[in-house]
Design a protein around this ligand. Sequence first.
Ligand SMILES: *Cc1c(COP(=O)(O)O)cnc(C)c1O
Length: 423
Amino acid sequence: MEKAYESFGISRAVYEKGEALLQGLEDIFRSIDRRAEYNQLKVLAAMKKHGVADYHLNSSTGYGHNDGGRDTLEQVYAEVFGAEDALVRPQISCGTNALYLALSANLRPGDELYSPVGRPYDTLEAVIGIRPTVGSLAEQRISYRETDLLTDGSFDYDAIAKAINDKTALVTIQRSRGYSARPSFSPKAMGELIAFIKKIKPDLPVMVDNCYGEFTDYTEPTEHGADLIVGSLIKNPGGGMAASGGYIAGRKDLVERCACRLTAPGLGKDVGASLGLNASLYQGFFLAPGVVAGALKGAVFAAAYYESLGFAVYPGVEDPRNDIIQSVALQTPENLLAFCAGIQQAAPVDSFVKPVPSDMPGYEDPVIMAAGTFIQGSSIELSADGPLRPPYRVYYQGGLSWQHAKIGVLSSVQKLVDEGMTL
Ligand SMILES: *Cc1c(COP(=O)(O)O)cnc(C)c1O
């Protein structure tokens, strides 16, 4: 093993320190495996219950009328997520597309969207119109209000009770922390917040941005009162197999509105060809619990390794995890570049590429990104990124297998050692 690592450019010292750290992670890994086993059962049981059959893996073209594979996949998603219905489509391009679809389909001019957990994910600033943007919800006369979390990361219940008003028509809660310095939320914690909101305004629908959260826990937010959950198929639920797509699951009437916005009123879920992607969407969803478990182990390993090197890591090694993201405050731009170079060198695709920081639309500082993925931009695959500003935090996630995630983490450490860091 040591020889194989050495010929890959990873020194014996870097490898052996990793092995020593792994001994302390056995209990955490065991609990991750148990969660994956439970979720694997859940997915398998749903596929059996809905009679997934060989012909469901076939394709449709054109309108996609009578695409039983597509329709059954949507039932499987709904079943696993404890939802009444689901929309699972390759025509939804990404997570932001799915979120915009859910928001725009369920808000009307004069309505107000409300976030009780502070500012949402960067790309939603354009969607909502926090940054003036063509086509934003603000342009459609939909207003927006938010309440920050308390300094300890908990919900500000007093302020939330005051913020909900006659115009409030939809609540949005982000499960993952995204690029902000706040905790991620468990489905159970979100359930308590949702119950509080429903006490104030019982028929107010609550949507959860579930990106990066799927299968990290035993349950999903829809099993704790969320009316809609939304996510990307090139993250957790696609299992690395889905070439494109997004999903929306939850209350039937709200999902129906999304379908009518995606296709057209009167058409709804009946059209939308699967274009040969059905088999990979089924297979990816089937593999997703195991793939997410591998990614979670990689995140825990990264936390343990970088903490041992003296860096501040978030979440901490022992902290509960509600998404697959690990951040490490790397302190210098050189360290951030080295970390990303190490991840890129451990990629199965484009391993020869050197990532460099560049300006990105919507970001204030230059951003560096490392990803050598089979599916473009897929962040359930091994990847890392971060904005070039103090404390030079890297956001690391993914890995289609635990083994690949581990090699990625070791490769990143090796790069820092090559730059002069001592173990
Ligand atoms: C990834 C992500 C999104 C959507 O991003 P896309 O790049 O459009 O898929 C939204 N919210 C969160 C929390 C995310 O992690």
